[in-house]
Design a protein around this ligand. Structure first.
Ligand code: ZN
Ligand code: ZN
Length: 350
Protein backbone atom coordinates (compact mmCIF):
# COMPACT_ATOMS: atom_id res chain seq x y z
CA UNK A 1 0.00 0.00 0.00
CA UNK A 2 1.39 3.37 -1.03
CA UNK A 3 1.46 5.95 1.73
CA UNK A 4 3.09 9.21 2.72
CA UNK A 5 4.42 10.54 5.97
CA UNK A 6 6.88 12.92 7.56
CA UNK A 7 10.31 11.41 8.00
CA UNK A 8 13.60 12.45 9.55
CA UNK A 9 16.51 11.59 7.27
CA UNK A 10 19.22 12.28 9.86
CA UNK A 11 19.53 13.40 13.47
CA UNK A 12 20.03 17.05 12.54
CA UNK A 13 17.63 17.49 9.61
CA UNK A 14 14.05 18.71 9.70
CA UNK A 15 11.29 16.25 8.91
CA UNK A 16 10.11 16.27 5.30
CA UNK A 17 7.35 14.52 3.33
CA UNK A 18 8.34 10.94 2.55
CA UNK A 19 6.59 8.49 0.22
CA UNK A 20 6.87 4.82 1.15
CA UNK A 21 5.06 1.47 1.06
CA UNK A 22 3.13 -0.19 3.86
CA UNK A 23 3.31 -3.98 3.77
CA UNK A 24 0.64 -6.01 1.99
CA UNK A 25 -1.90 -7.27 4.52
CA UNK A 26 -1.05 -10.50 6.31
CA UNK A 27 -3.95 -12.70 7.40
CA UNK A 28 -4.09 -11.11 10.89
CA UNK A 29 -3.38 -7.51 9.84
CA UNK A 30 -5.54 -4.42 10.05
CA UNK A 31 -4.93 -1.54 7.61
CA UNK A 32 -5.72 1.82 9.16
CA UNK A 33 -6.23 5.26 7.69
CA UNK A 34 -4.62 7.55 10.28
CA UNK A 35 -6.83 10.49 11.23
CA UNK A 36 -4.87 11.93 14.16
CA UNK A 37 -1.31 11.48 15.29
CA UNK A 38 0.05 12.76 18.61
CA UNK A 39 3.56 14.12 19.04
CA UNK A 40 5.37 12.59 22.00
CA UNK A 41 8.55 13.89 23.62
CA UNK A 42 10.17 10.53 22.93
CA UNK A 43 9.65 11.03 19.16
CA UNK A 44 11.81 14.10 19.44
CA UNK A 45 14.51 12.32 21.47
CA UNK A 46 14.51 9.42 19.02
CA UNK A 47 14.82 11.44 15.81
CA UNK A 48 17.49 13.63 17.42
CA UNK A 49 19.52 10.47 18.07
CA UNK A 50 19.53 11.12 21.84
CA UNK A 51 18.78 7.45 22.46
CA UNK A 52 21.35 6.07 20.05
CA UNK A 53 21.72 5.78 16.28
CA UNK A 54 18.50 5.40 14.28
CA UNK A 55 17.63 3.63 11.04
CA UNK A 56 16.87 6.73 8.94
CA UNK A 57 14.69 7.63 7.12
CA UNK A 58 12.45 7.37 10.14
CA UNK A 59 8.75 8.23 10.41
CA UNK A 60 8.06 8.72 14.13
CA UNK A 61 4.73 8.65 15.94
CA UNK A 62 3.14 6.22 18.39
CA UNK A 63 -0.07 7.97 19.37
CA UNK A 64 -2.30 6.95 16.51
CA UNK A 65 -6.04 7.21 16.01
CA UNK A 66 -7.69 6.20 12.77
CA UNK A 67 -10.30 4.25 10.89
CA UNK A 68 -10.08 0.66 9.68
CA UNK A 69 -9.68 0.54 5.89
CA UNK A 70 -9.22 -3.18 5.33
CA UNK A 71 -8.75 -6.35 7.38
CA UNK A 72 -6.95 -9.63 6.71
CA UNK A 73 -9.03 -12.85 6.46
CA UNK A 74 -8.21 -14.01 10.02
CA UNK A 75 -9.09 -10.72 11.74
CA UNK A 76 -12.09 -11.14 14.05
CA UNK A 77 -12.07 -8.11 16.37
CA UNK A 78 -12.30 -5.28 13.84
CA UNK A 79 -14.20 -4.45 10.70
CA UNK A 80 -13.91 -1.77 8.04
CA UNK A 81 -14.94 1.63 9.41
CA UNK A 82 -14.17 0.95 13.10
CA UNK A 83 -12.36 3.67 15.02
CA UNK A 84 -9.13 2.26 16.33
CA UNK A 85 -5.85 3.24 17.94
CA UNK A 86 -2.23 2.13 17.90
CA UNK A 87 0.25 2.94 20.65
CA UNK A 88 3.94 2.35 21.21
CA UNK A 89 4.11 -1.34 20.24
CA UNK A 90 3.06 -3.22 17.12
CA UNK A 91 4.25 -6.74 17.97
CA UNK A 92 5.86 -9.01 20.57
CA UNK A 93 6.69 -12.72 20.81
CA UNK A 94 3.14 -13.56 22.03
CA UNK A 95 4.48 -16.67 23.76
CA UNK A 96 6.53 -15.71 26.84
CA UNK A 97 5.20 -15.25 30.38
CA UNK A 98 5.08 -11.46 30.06
CA UNK A 99 3.11 -11.59 26.81
CA UNK A 100 0.88 -14.27 28.37
CA UNK A 101 -0.21 -12.00 31.17
CA UNK A 102 -0.70 -8.99 28.97
CA UNK A 103 2.51 -7.08 29.57
CA UNK A 104 3.91 -7.16 26.07
CA UNK A 105 6.02 -4.08 26.82
CA UNK A 106 8.20 -6.36 28.97
CA UNK A 107 8.26 -9.22 26.43
CA UNK A 108 11.26 -11.47 27.20
CA UNK A 109 12.26 -11.25 23.55
CA UNK A 110 11.71 -7.52 23.22
CA UNK A 111 8.60 -5.81 21.93
CA UNK A 112 8.52 -4.37 18.43
CA UNK A 113 8.29 -0.60 18.59
CA UNK A 114 5.80 1.22 16.38
CA UNK A 115 8.71 2.89 14.58
CA UNK A 116 12.40 2.20 14.21
CA UNK A 117 12.16 -1.53 15.04
CA UNK A 118 12.74 -4.50 12.74
CA UNK A 119 9.49 -6.29 11.85
CA UNK A 120 9.49 -9.79 13.37
CA UNK A 121 8.71 -11.49 10.05
CA UNK A 122 10.21 -9.41 7.24
CA UNK A 123 12.91 -7.55 9.18
CA UNK A 124 11.95 -4.27 7.53
CA UNK A 125 12.06 -1.23 9.81
CA UNK A 126 8.69 -0.19 11.25
CA UNK A 127 7.46 3.32 10.48
CA UNK A 128 5.16 5.23 12.79
CA UNK A 129 2.12 7.42 12.91
CA UNK A 130 3.22 10.66 11.25
CA UNK A 131 1.74 9.15 8.13
CA UNK A 132 -1.47 8.57 6.24
CA UNK A 133 -1.75 4.80 6.78
CA UNK A 134 -0.41 2.04 8.98
CA UNK A 135 -0.70 -1.76 8.89
CA UNK A 136 -0.66 -3.50 12.28
CA UNK A 137 -1.45 -7.01 13.48
CA UNK A 138 -4.84 -7.27 15.13
CA UNK A 139 -3.50 -8.03 18.63
CA UNK A 140 -1.85 -4.59 18.79
CA UNK A 141 -4.83 -2.58 17.57
CA UNK A 142 -6.97 -0.87 20.23
CA UNK A 143 -10.62 0.06 20.05
CA UNK A 144 -11.39 3.77 20.47
CA UNK A 145 -14.66 3.87 22.44
CA UNK A 146 -17.53 5.99 21.13
CA UNK A 147 -17.38 8.32 24.14
CA UNK A 148 -13.98 9.71 23.15
CA UNK A 149 -13.44 12.69 20.88
CA UNK A 150 -11.28 11.22 18.09
CA UNK A 151 -9.29 14.42 17.66
CA UNK A 152 -8.18 14.35 21.29
CA UNK A 153 -7.83 10.62 21.94
CA UNK A 154 -4.40 9.93 20.39
CA UNK A 155 -2.24 11.00 23.37
CA UNK A 156 -4.00 8.44 25.57
CA UNK A 157 -2.10 5.78 23.59
CA UNK A 158 1.24 6.88 25.09
CA UNK A 159 0.94 9.76 27.59
CA UNK A 160 -2.24 8.21 28.98
CA UNK A 161 -1.11 4.61 29.37
CA UNK A 162 2.36 5.62 30.61
CA UNK A 163 0.81 7.34 33.62
CA UNK A 164 -2.23 5.06 34.03
CA UNK A 165 -0.15 1.90 34.39
CA UNK A 166 1.86 3.03 37.47
CA UNK A 167 -1.30 4.46 39.07
CA UNK A 168 -2.83 0.96 38.76
CA UNK A 169 0.35 -0.89 39.69
CA UNK A 170 0.59 1.07 42.96
CA UNK A 171 -3.16 0.72 43.64
CA UNK A 172 -4.08 4.38 43.61
CA UNK A 173 -7.65 5.01 44.68
CA UNK A 174 -9.81 7.03 47.00
CA UNK A 175 -7.70 8.78 49.62
CA UNK A 176 -4.34 8.10 47.94
CA UNK A 177 -1.92 11.01 47.95
CA UNK A 178 -0.20 11.43 44.61
CA UNK A 179 2.50 13.84 43.50
CA UNK A 180 3.14 14.51 39.81
CA UNK A 181 6.46 16.06 38.80
CA UNK A 182 6.06 18.16 35.66
CA UNK A 183 2.88 19.34 33.99
CA UNK A 184 3.60 18.53 30.35
CA UNK A 185 1.99 15.92 28.09
CA UNK A 186 2.47 13.06 30.57
CA UNK A 187 2.05 15.11 33.73
CA UNK A 188 -1.31 16.58 32.90
CA UNK A 189 -2.67 13.13 32.03
CA UNK A 190 -1.28 11.75 35.32
CA UNK A 191 -3.19 14.47 37.18
CA UNK A 192 -6.48 13.86 35.36
CA UNK A 193 -6.30 10.07 35.74
CA UNK A 194 -5.27 10.13 39.42
CA UNK A 195 -8.03 12.63 40.23
CA UNK A 196 -10.58 10.39 38.47
CA UNK A 197 -9.37 7.47 40.59
CA UNK A 198 -10.16 9.48 43.72
CA UNK A 199 -6.66 10.56 44.70
CA UNK A 200 -5.57 13.89 46.14
CA UNK A 201 -3.04 15.20 43.63
CA UNK A 202 -0.26 17.75 44.04
CA UNK A 203 1.78 18.96 41.09
CA UNK A 204 5.50 19.44 41.70
CA UNK A 205 7.13 22.07 39.57
CA UNK A 206 10.01 24.54 39.75
CA UNK A 207 7.58 27.42 40.30
CA UNK A 208 3.87 27.94 40.98
CA UNK A 209 3.53 29.62 37.57
CA UNK A 210 1.20 26.87 36.29
CA UNK A 211 -0.95 26.77 39.45
CA UNK A 212 -4.17 27.78 37.63
CA UNK A 213 -3.64 25.11 34.97
CA UNK A 214 -3.01 22.49 37.65
CA UNK A 215 -6.12 23.40 39.60
CA UNK A 216 -8.23 23.53 36.43
CA UNK A 217 -7.57 19.82 35.86
CA UNK A 218 -8.30 18.84 39.45
CA UNK A 219 -5.00 19.10 41.30
CA UNK A 220 -5.00 20.48 44.84
CA UNK A 221 -2.26 22.89 43.83
CA UNK A 222 1.41 23.20 42.99
CA UNK A 223 4.27 22.60 45.37
CA UNK A 224 7.29 24.56 44.13
CA UNK A 225 10.45 22.49 44.37
CA UNK A 226 12.45 25.72 44.77
CA UNK A 227 10.49 26.72 47.90
CA UNK A 228 12.55 25.06 50.66
CA UNK A 229 10.05 25.88 53.38
CA UNK A 230 7.06 24.47 51.50
CA UNK A 231 9.06 21.35 50.56
CA UNK A 232 10.01 20.78 54.22
CA UNK A 233 6.41 21.21 55.30
CA UNK A 234 5.26 18.60 52.75
CA UNK A 235 7.64 15.93 54.10
CA UNK A 236 6.19 12.39 54.19
CA UNK A 237 2.89 13.55 52.67
CA UNK A 238 2.68 11.41 49.51
CA UNK A 239 2.15 7.73 48.72
CA UNK A 240 3.24 7.83 45.09
CA UNK A 241 5.12 10.36 43.02
CA UNK A 242 5.03 10.08 39.23
CA UNK A 243 8.11 11.70 37.76
CA UNK A 244 7.37 12.79 34.19
CA UNK A 245 10.35 15.10 33.66
CA UNK A 246 11.86 14.17 30.26
CA UNK A 247 15.33 15.66 30.82
CA UNK A 248 18.25 14.72 33.07
CA UNK A 249 17.52 15.62 36.69
CA UNK A 250 18.01 14.47 40.29
CA UNK A 251 15.15 12.76 42.14
CA UNK A 252 16.77 13.22 45.58
CA UNK A 253 14.98 16.49 46.49
CA UNK A 254 11.58 14.80 45.98
CA UNK A 255 12.25 11.62 47.96
CA UNK A 256 11.54 13.11 51.43
CA UNK A 257 8.02 14.02 50.22
CA UNK A 258 7.19 10.30 50.18
CA UNK A 259 5.65 8.71 53.24
CA UNK A 260 7.20 5.52 54.65
CA UNK A 261 7.00 2.81 51.94
CA UNK A 262 6.17 5.42 49.33
CA UNK A 263 7.39 5.09 45.76
CA UNK A 264 8.73 7.55 43.24
CA UNK A 265 8.24 6.12 39.77
CA UNK A 266 10.22 7.44 36.83
CA UNK A 267 8.33 7.48 33.53
CA UNK A 268 9.84 10.51 31.81
CA UNK A 269 13.60 10.41 31.53
CA UNK A 270 15.41 7.48 29.97
CA UNK A 271 19.13 7.46 30.76
CA UNK A 272 21.51 8.43 33.55
CA UNK A 273 20.07 10.67 36.26
CA UNK A 274 22.10 13.53 37.69
CA UNK A 275 22.84 12.14 41.14
CA UNK A 276 21.20 9.90 43.66
CA UNK A 277 21.23 10.05 47.45
CA UNK A 278 20.34 6.90 49.38
CA UNK A 279 19.62 8.57 52.75
CA UNK A 280 15.92 9.40 52.24
CA UNK A 281 15.39 5.95 50.70
CA UNK A 282 16.88 4.12 53.66
CA UNK A 283 15.36 6.38 56.32
CA UNK A 284 11.80 5.78 55.14
CA UNK A 285 11.93 2.49 53.23
CA UNK A 286 11.13 4.61 50.20
CA UNK A 287 11.53 3.28 46.70
CA UNK A 288 12.56 4.59 43.33
CA UNK A 289 11.01 2.64 40.47
CA UNK A 290 10.53 2.84 36.73
CA UNK A 291 7.63 1.97 34.47
CA UNK A 292 7.30 1.57 30.71
CA UNK A 293 3.97 2.36 28.98
CA UNK A 294 1.54 -0.51 29.70
CA UNK A 295 0.33 -3.73 28.08
CA UNK A 296 -2.30 -3.94 25.36
CA UNK A 297 -5.03 -5.04 27.78
CA UNK A 298 -4.25 -2.14 30.08
CA UNK A 299 -4.09 0.28 27.14
CA UNK A 300 -7.63 -0.74 26.19
CA UNK A 301 -8.55 -0.26 29.83
CA UNK A 302 -7.25 3.34 29.92
CA UNK A 303 -9.09 4.19 26.70
CA UNK A 304 -12.31 2.85 28.22
CA UNK A 305 -11.57 4.60 31.54
CA UNK A 306 -11.08 7.94 29.76
CA UNK A 307 -14.34 7.49 27.83
CA UNK A 308 -16.20 6.58 31.02
CA UNK A 309 -14.83 9.55 32.98
CA UNK A 310 -14.83 11.96 30.05
CA UNK A 311 -11.08 12.50 30.29
CA UNK A 312 -9.36 13.99 27.27
CA UNK A 313 -5.78 15.11 26.96
CA UNK A 314 -5.38 18.85 26.39
CA UNK A 315 -4.50 18.98 22.71
CA UNK A 316 -3.42 21.60 20.24
CA UNK A 317 -4.38 20.44 16.77
CA UNK A 318 -1.87 21.22 14.04
CA UNK A 319 -1.23 20.19 10.44
CA UNK A 320 1.55 17.69 9.62
CA UNK A 321 3.51 20.43 7.83
CA UNK A 322 3.79 22.23 11.19
CA UNK A 323 5.59 19.32 12.85
CA UNK A 324 9.03 20.94 12.79
CA UNK A 325 7.67 24.09 14.47
CA UNK A 326 6.07 21.95 17.16
CA UNK A 327 9.41 20.21 17.79
CA UNK A 328 11.06 23.59 18.19
CA UNK A 329 8.53 24.67 20.83
CA UNK A 330 8.84 21.32 22.64
CA UNK A 331 12.63 21.57 22.68
CA UNK A 332 12.51 25.02 24.27
CA UNK A 333 10.19 24.33 27.15
CA UNK A 334 7.57 22.32 28.82
CA UNK A 335 4.12 22.84 27.37
CA UNK A 336 1.09 21.76 29.37
CA UNK A 337 -0.60 20.11 26.40
CA UNK A 338 -0.01 17.74 23.55
CA UNK A 339 0.40 18.57 19.88
CA UNK A 340 -1.83 16.37 17.76
CA UNK A 341 -1.63 16.37 13.98
CA UNK A 342 -4.84 16.25 11.99
CA UNK A 343 -3.71 14.07 9.10
CA UNK A 344 -6.53 15.06 6.70
CA UNK A 345 -4.33 17.55 4.82
CA UNK A 346 -1.75 14.86 4.03
CA UNK A 347 -2.31 13.17 0.67
CA UNK A 348 -0.57 10.29 -1.07
CA UNK A 349 -1.17 12.16 -4.38
CA UNK A 350 0.97 15.19 -3.42
ZN1 ZN B 1 5.39 8.42 23.67
ZN1 ZN C 1 6.89 -12.14 24.75
Amino acid sequence: MKTVGYAAHSSDAEMVPYHFERRALRANDVAIEILYSGICHSDLHTVNGDWGPQPYPLVPGHEIVGRVLEVGPDVTKYKVGDHVGVGCMVDSCQACDQCDHGEEQYCRHGMTGTYGSPDRISGEITQGGYSKHIVVREEFVLRVPDGLDLSRAAPILCAGITTYSPLRTWNIGKGSRVGVIGLGGLGHMAVKLAVAMGAEVTVLSRSTKKEDEAKAIGAKGILASTDAEAMAKAKASMDLIIDTVPVKHDVTPYAPLLDVDGTLVIVGQVGPMSGFMSVPMIMGRRRVAGSLIGGIKETQEVLDFCAEHNIHPICEIIRPDQVNDAYEVMTKGDIAHRYVMDMSSLSVED
